[in-house]
Design a protein around this ligand. Structure first.
Ligand SMILES: NC(=O)c1ccc[n+]([C@@H]2O[C@H](COP(=O)([O-])OP(=O)(O)OC[C@H]3O[C@@H](n4cnc5c(N)ncnc54)[C@H](OP(=O)(O)O)[C@@H]3O)[C@@H](O)[C@H]2O)c1
Length: 326
């Protein structure tokens, strides 16, 4: 009998999670009931948002149940089907990550095109989030100066590249080390980037001021960006890594400048904009096919290493999209 390994959340962390908050549980794979399929997971998305779901914060997505497998985006291959419409060998995207095999109703599994990307893992890219934030919410336009925090990350790296493709005249970013800043300019093609632990700040890289700030970090990073904004600048609030990594909220303390500069700050989630998906798929797909956008990823092997990798991700250990290959 094939066994299934699952990663369960066992206790709700306060501050930084520790390995003891999780358990790797092994149990038999149930046979699919009528209408269900069995999917072998090939890649799972590692997301800092997973940290938020360990607590009940009243977010649009519910908190994880204790003693149950965590969930998250995954790509897998159907190995057994008791449902019409899905056959063994089909490549599917679904929300049942953090386990070797997913067994669930067929409606949870969306078939995806094997030829859309060079690797099945690329189906887990963060392009839609970056696109919604940069194109729909910030409404980036030709000539804008754009600043992106966590620019070496999955969302930030794509947000900056999308801004450039949409005509931004200057795209700058911040990341967690000099090597990451070099990756942001050398590989992702930003005009400039700085190490957020150095004395450099966004206004140093954008002397003419910032028109659009794509915020992945909140806290003191948002405060620095407000300092650099031009009047009537637009700030999109995508993530709060300063808080998510266990550092608390360190600001912003300069909200008066938001009024003085007539800034717009708008939070968003990609889930609120399902209508954008077809336009995104067409435009982003063409950028990928034409080699106009870099889809960089870090692959971590072994479900047993997933929790360690998630904690390392919160500490900034990786570049690009992080995927786990169970
Ligand atoms: N609104 C939405 O719909 C939506 C959807 C998906 C993701 N998100 C959010 O978007 C953000 C980025 O997600 P992602 O998947 O692209 O993650 P990511 O940027 O690839 O990874 C997180 C990065 O955050 C940075 N970081 C860690 N601690 C930090 C701190 N104290 N201050 C500043 N930066 C810190 C680290 O990069 P450096 O060390 O290089 O700084 C780390 O690599 C997350 O907050 C995520 O939850 C939002």
């Amino acid at each position: 009998m094939t066994l299934n390994r699952e990663v369960h959340l066992m206790s709700r962390p306060s501050g930084r999670p520790v390995p003891e908050d999780f358990a790797l549980v092994t149990r038999p794979i149930p046979s699919p009931e009528p209408g269900q399929v069995v999917v072998r997971n090939l890649f799972m998305s590692l997301d800092p948002g997973t940290r938020l779901r360990m607590e009940d914060l009243g977010l649009p997505i519910p908190a994880f149940a204790l003693g149950r497998p965590m969930t998250g985006d995954a790509i897998g291959e159907v190995v057994e089907s008791a449902a019409p419409g899905l056959r063994p060998g089909d490549l599917v995207r679904h929300p049942h990550a953090w386990r070797d095999y997913a067994v669930a109703e067929a409606a949870d599994f969306r078939p995806v095109d094997r030829d859309a990307y060079p690797s099945p893992s690329h189906h887990l890219n963060s392009g839609l989030i970056a696109y919604v934030g940069m194109v729909e919410i910030a409404a980036v336009r030709p000539g804008d100066t754009v600043y992106v925090s966590s620019a070496a990350g999955a969302v930030g790296g794509l947000a900056g590249q999308i801004a450039r493709l949409k005509g931004a005249s200057r795209v700058v970013g911040s990341a967690g080390s000099p090597a990451k800043a070099e990756f942001v300019t050398g590989v992702l093609g930003f005009d400039a980037a700085y190490d957020r632990h150095s004395a450099t700040r966004p206004r140093d890289l954008a002397p003419g001021g910032v028109d659009v700030y794509f915020d992945n970090v909140g806290g003191s990073g948002l405060e620095d960006a407000i300092d650099a904004m031009n009047p009537h600048g637009r700030i999109v609030l995508c993530g709060a890594m300063e808080r998510q990594s266990g550092g608390g909220d360190q600001g912003p303390r300069n909200l008066l400048a938001v009024i003085g500069k007539r800034l717009t700050l708008r939070g968003f989630t990609a889930f609120d904009h399902p209508g954008v998906a077809p336009r995104f798929a067409e435009e982003f797909g063409a950028w990928v096919r034409n080699g106009e956008i870099v889809l960089h990823e870090t692959v971590v092997d072994g479900l047993e290493n997933g929790v360690t990798a998630l904690l390392a991700q919160l500490d900034g250990a990786y570049v690009g999209k992080v995927v786990l290959r169970p």
